[in-house]
Design a protein around this ligand. Structure first.
Ligand code: ADP
Length: 759
């Protein structure tokens, strides 16, 4: 494809809707044009737009259009890229339809991806086009990879070998690079390089900018597994070897070797079938580097990486190679589940309980739940790994739907930390402080031993509320129903909901009293201030998304922590995830009660997961660890479970409560959120929806009620919550209900199947 055609095609792809060009974009349709007398096929095309169904087009049968191919077709006066969903061969009636404009040369969307899109659209109550948009995220992957010229020695010697020419040939033998780069490396002029091309000593080679990824080296073996690990490994490998759908919960305490065990299953899958593909999902982009390093060590090559922060060139290459079936091992964030794997044989979800598998914006989905469906549709194995499994997964394992593979002990000499509650009524901090003397003592002892400490406070910034001492005015976000959080380092007040921020005012905007603000409550910055007062000599750092906004800064901080350049780390939930700090032996949880407020269905479960994961950071290696948990509610079941490290007892009690109330996983929930730019419109829309709700057996409907966050970005929000018995098709109910009502065009209706956020 020449460069003009490429640019034009790219424009069409990128904008998705390009004005109709004069001629065809790709060679394949130019050929097609020669078959005017051909029979016609009826081609149904699904576009990455919120349309309810595919649109029909005609195409000459000789074009051989197949489902899954990417095409360009007109919608009105626009050309739009879409995916062929169905083809009816030799259909006379097709002659009245508009013609497919072009066929893109990229790898087609595999049948399994299309079935997964259809299934997800139904389950999530979304137009399938919305799911296609997530799947076809890298339009450039649909064009042939761009190429560039490099020079390679032909073996022929030039008639005259000058010193400069010898240097060029020497460099060219090391690596094939462009003429300009070769001249630079050989420290000579481009004329010398050109002379070597002219005399035939160097030849031009066209190379792809997106070469296939190197294959994993399956001859390597993993670590020598302990007996327990070996047994676990066999349990997860056997179903992979046998093939077909299978789900296993790999349930092992932090540091027990879950990663080592699932790496064996990955090797097994790649080994069993030379075309097999494997996907490993990890919860946080910040963790990719650590995960990549472990995979590289095991398989000799970096796995293919996929998450929202990868560069677009890497994205294009990864997508194309996955779709072509050549990328065999992919490590990614939740969105990698939508990559078009034609031959996926194993999915691993690490830290399966992690809330970041739930996408809350755009298409709302829970990647873990969709992964079960993906595995079932594609006859593939799924391993869910966690030290603190979600109740959903645990119940499925206990009821025998999933295999339950256990690793009850830490690997080697490492022991689980001692966990103790600090009753804040009995051991309160000094007035105006947040750390009880016990926590300070714990950190002081670790410091004396030359070991590291971690204080965990799951709130960014300095203080969650800023109010005026003179008039009591609370600083609120202007367009959302939330307080502004003070960030002392940046000197700003920030809305954590929308990102809105302002410099902290010098006077109260209400009563104009200067310097009248008081900061209420702590965030990590405030805890750091307090820790610094106690340990002025210590090296103290904050670990939150504000101090480490990208992968590089996370890597840097983690590396300094590992090298022992930090004594005390103060972190938000970002520290709970997967990090392995050998010299960290003391953990202080500043406010374990924080997550329990707000009446969320999973509040107890999540608090248990987060706090025990944080506590699990202590004593990962030979040195014993200790965790102290500050709470005002030491008698709460979740606190007792944390102190006694009795996860199963706690989850069993949670499960009983949920079962009695018919809540997930014993029943299903679906939320409908109505939002509108003004209150009246929001109320009218919510009322109209409420009145239209069909009666259904085995289903309760609550609402409409103002959402706890009643206004976000100026949109007024009302919520409904539906609860269905297992076996009721909740998605079908929600779809039928919402379709009954015609709402004002400014009203937005969002459906959240299996909600995790009740705000
Ligand atoms: P988990 O995923 O359960 O938290 P990991 O697989 O990360 O546990 O193991 C914890 C640590 O112990 C890692 O540093 C890992 O390399 C090491 N480890 C686990 N099993 C073995 C083994 N059989 N031999 C050597 N090191 C091991």
């Amino acid at each position: 494809m020449n460069s003009t055609a490429r640019r034009r095609a790219l424009d069409a792809l990128k904008r998705q809707r390009a004005p109709k060009p004069a001629g065809p974009l790709f060679a394949v349709a130019e050929e097609g044009a020669a078959y005017e007398a051909d029979t016609l096929d009826k081609v149904a095309v699904l576009f990455p737009l919120p349309l309810p169904e595919p649109f029909d087009y005609r195409a000459p049968s000789s074009l051989g259009i197949e489902p899954g191919m990417h095409v360009i077709a007109p919608i009105g006066s626009r050309l739009v890229r879409g995916v062929v969903w169905a083809v009816e061969r030799e259909c006379a009636a097709a002659s009245n339809l508009k013609a497919i404009e072009d066929v893109l040369p990229g790898p087609p969307l595999p049948d399994i991806s299309r079935r997964f899109i259809d299934w997800s659209a139904k389950y999530l109550v979304r137009p399938p086009g919305d799911i296609v948009r997530m799947v076809a995220r890298s339009p450039e992957a649909l064009l042939p990879p761009p190429t560039h010229m490099v020079l390679a020695p032909t073996g022929e010697m030039p008639p005259k070998v000058t010193e400069a020419r010898a240097r060029v040939l020497e460099e060219a033998a090391k690596e094939h690079v462009s003429a300009a780069e070769l001249a630079r490396r050989a420290d000579t002029s481009s004329a010398v390089v050109k002379g070597l091309v002219d005399c035939g000593a160097l030849a031009k080679l066209e190379v792809s900018e997106d070469p296939p990824f190197p294959a994993p080296d399956l001859a390597r073996s993993g670590k020598d597994l302990s007996e327990t690990q070996m047994a676990a490994s066999e349990e997860v490998c056997a179903p992979v070897r046998a093939g077909g759908f299978h789900v296993a919960l790999l349930d092992g305490v932090t540091g027990s070797g879950k990663t080592e065990v699932y790496l064996e299953a990955v090797a097994e899958a790649l080994h069993a079938d030379p075309g097999a593909q494997v996907l490993v999902l990890i919860p946080e982009i910040a963790l990719t580097q650590a995960a990549m390093a472990r995979f590289s060590a095991r398989f000799g090559v970096e796995p293919v990486e996929w998450h929202s922060a990868i560069a677009h060139k890497a994205r294009r290459r990864a997508w194309r190679e996955v779709a072509a079936g050549r990328a065999r091992l992919v490590v990614g964030a939740r969105s990698a589940l939508f990559l078009p794997f034609p031959n996926l044989k194993l999915i691993v979800i690490d830290e399966e309980h992690d809330p970041s598998y739930k996408q809350e914006e755009g298409v709302i989905y829970q990647a873990r739940d969709l992964a079960v469906a993906r595995a079932k549709l594609g006859d593939c194995a799924l391993i869910l790994a966690s030290a603190t499994p979600s109740l959903e997964t645990l119940v499925n394992a206990q009821q025998g739907r999933y295999a339950h593979v256990k690793l009850p002990m830490r690997h080697g000499a490492a022991e689980l930390p001692d966990v103790e509650l600090v009753d804040m009524k009995l051991d309160p901090p000094e007035k105006g402080r947040w750390l009880s003397p016990k926590l300070i003592k714990g950190a002081a002892e670790a410091l004396l031993r030359g070991e590291q400490s971690l204080f965990y406070m799951n709130r960014r910034g300095y203080a969650p509320l800023t109010l005026c001492r003179a008039c009591g005015h609370r600083m609120r976000s202007p367009d959302s129903d939330s307080w502004l959080v003070e960030h002392k380092y940046s000197g700003r007040l920030v809305c954590h909901l929308t990102g809105f921020s302002i410099p902290k005012p010098k006077e109260c905007p209400e009563c104009l009293t200067p310097d009248s603000f008081v900061s209420i409550g702590p965030g990590v910055e405030r805890i750091e201030e307090e820790v610094r007062e106690f340990f002025p000599q210590a090296r103290i750092e904050i670990f939150s998304s504000d101090t480490t906004p990208d992968g590089e800064s996370v890597r840097d901080l983690v590396a300094r922590m590992e090298r022992g350049e930090i004594d005390i780390l103060i972190g938000t939930q970002i520290v709970a995830k997967g990090h392995n700090f050998p010299n960290l032996t003391f953990v202080g949880v500043v406010d374990a009660d924080l997550g329990l407020k707000g009446g969320d269905l999973r509040a107890g479960e999540r608090t248990f997961q987060l706090v025990s994961q944080v506590a699990g950071r202590a004593g990962r290696h030979e040195k014993p660890g200790r965790a102290l948990i500050q709470t005002y509610a030491p008698d709460e079941a979740v606190m007792q479970a944390l102190a006694n490290q009795d996860r199963d007892e706690f989850l069993a009690a949670e499960a009983r409560e949920r079962e009695d109330a018919g809540m997930p996983p014993f029943g299903r929930l679906g939320a409908v959120i109505v939002s509108a730019p003004d209150e009246k419109l929001a109320n009218e829309a919510a009322d109209a929806l409420g009145k239209a709700a069909p009666n259904a057996e085995g289903l309760d409907l609550w609402g409409p009620a103002p959402a706890p966050l009643a206004i976000i970005r100026g949109m007024h929000r009302r919520r409904f919550l539906a609860r269905a018995n297992r076996g009721v098709d909740l998605s079908a109910f929600l779809a039928a209900w919402v379709a009954r009502v015609k709402l004002h065009s400014a009203v937005r209706v969002q459906i959240d199947v299996d909600p995790y956020s009740f705000l």
